[in-house]
Design a protein around this ligand. Sequence first.
Ligand SMILES: NC(=O)c1ccc[n+]([C@@H]2O[C@H](COP(=O)([O-])OP(=O)(O)OC[C@H]3O[C@@H](n4cnc5c(N)ncnc54)[C@H](O)[C@@H]3O)[C@@H](O)[C@H]2O)c1
Ligand SMILES: O=C(O)C[C@H](O)C(=O)O
Length: 346
Amino acid sequence: MERAARLAQHFVAEQAPAPQLETHATSSSVRGYNVAVLGAAGGIGQPLSLLLKLSPQVRELRLYDVANTAGVAADLSHIATAPRITSHSGAGALPDALYGADLVVIPAGVPRKPGMTRDDLFNINAGIVRSLCEGVARFCPSAWVAVISNPVNSTVPIAAEVLRRAGTFNPSKLFGVTTLDVVRANTFVAEALGLDPAAVNVPVIGGHAGVTILPVLSAATPRLTVPEQQARALMARIQDAGTEVVKAKAGAGSATLSMAYAAARFAEACLRAMSGEPGVVECAYVASSVVKDLPFFASQLRLGPAGIAEFLPLPRLNALEQDNFESMKEELVSSIAKGVGFMNGK
Ligand SMILES: NC(=O)c1ccc[n+]([C@@H]2O[C@H](COP(=O)([O-])OP(=O)(O)OC[C@H]3O[C@@H](n4cnc5c(N)ncnc54)[C@H](O)[C@@H]3O)[C@@H](O)[C@H]2O)c1
Ligand SMILES: O=C(O)C[C@H](O)C(=O)O
């Protein structure tokens, strides 16, 4: 069939409810979900796809990138687990990757090199996220979308604006992935307490860059009772952990393996919530009215079959955390404005 005709068919079919029914069932008939990874041949995309290939929640895993997905797909497809792998290389293959997707995970974009801030990636990654979200709006308008590409504090507002302009924005289904901050906080606190990291939970609120990453150590479970100086050091390490990896990789990129783990954890949580599992709670950076004047904010969310089911109340902050909270506001406001400004041609 001619590509244009196929695209038109995709678009028309996407309006009709029938094709998605088999993957949206919420009863015991669930056979898994279709997940698209955009940027699947990259440093995060490959290990993330490996972890998703191991997920019992996934029915079909679509690997999309500007190039080089065929080899990754061939390799993963030999693993003896249920998810079916498909390969989609080049912009013309985006519709096939997205059509009927239940969850779209976006790690596409350039990573930092030593000396750069996440915001230094804006000029390249803003356009990438915009064009991929235009595809989402067109070919899988009811999918959940998880944005990994930095600077997350700005790329999520861009994604929201693209979807809003297309008339498909559902704020309950768009997430900036901040799970790596929680993973790091859990790991470092577990080290301090001499515990298994799996037994630790630290809510991390705010955003995903420097001071906007606010680990609420006073709300950690189990309770963390350390001198203020140690709490300060822990907070600083969590906030600088991305830079710690960038420096150690010395020009070869930023966190990929820990990020793949974190994104797989977040994707798995989304799919469990989608299937009706109760009590799924994760932190993520989303459109929010939890904090006045911050239209996007990361906080603890209870996820349900239709996306965000509840914003959990912010944990009570101690004096150190409150100080940090006040100093993050200005940066977050300006990162959000930068994303919106990009969409307004500024
Ligand atoms: N949210 C977080 O916590 C977090 C953590 C780590 C990294 N990141 C970010 O994730 C992004 C990716 O990092 P990486 O290490 O995987 O980089 P990478 O360069 O290894 O991989 C990026 C991939 O994106 C692909 N890509 C580029 N433009 C694309 C497009 N238009 N469509 C589809 N694919 C495209 C590239 O071909 C490449 O394969 C970076 O922006 C990085 O800063 C975020
Ligand atoms: O630090 C980076 O640039 C990548 C990512 O945001 C991270 O936190 O590891």
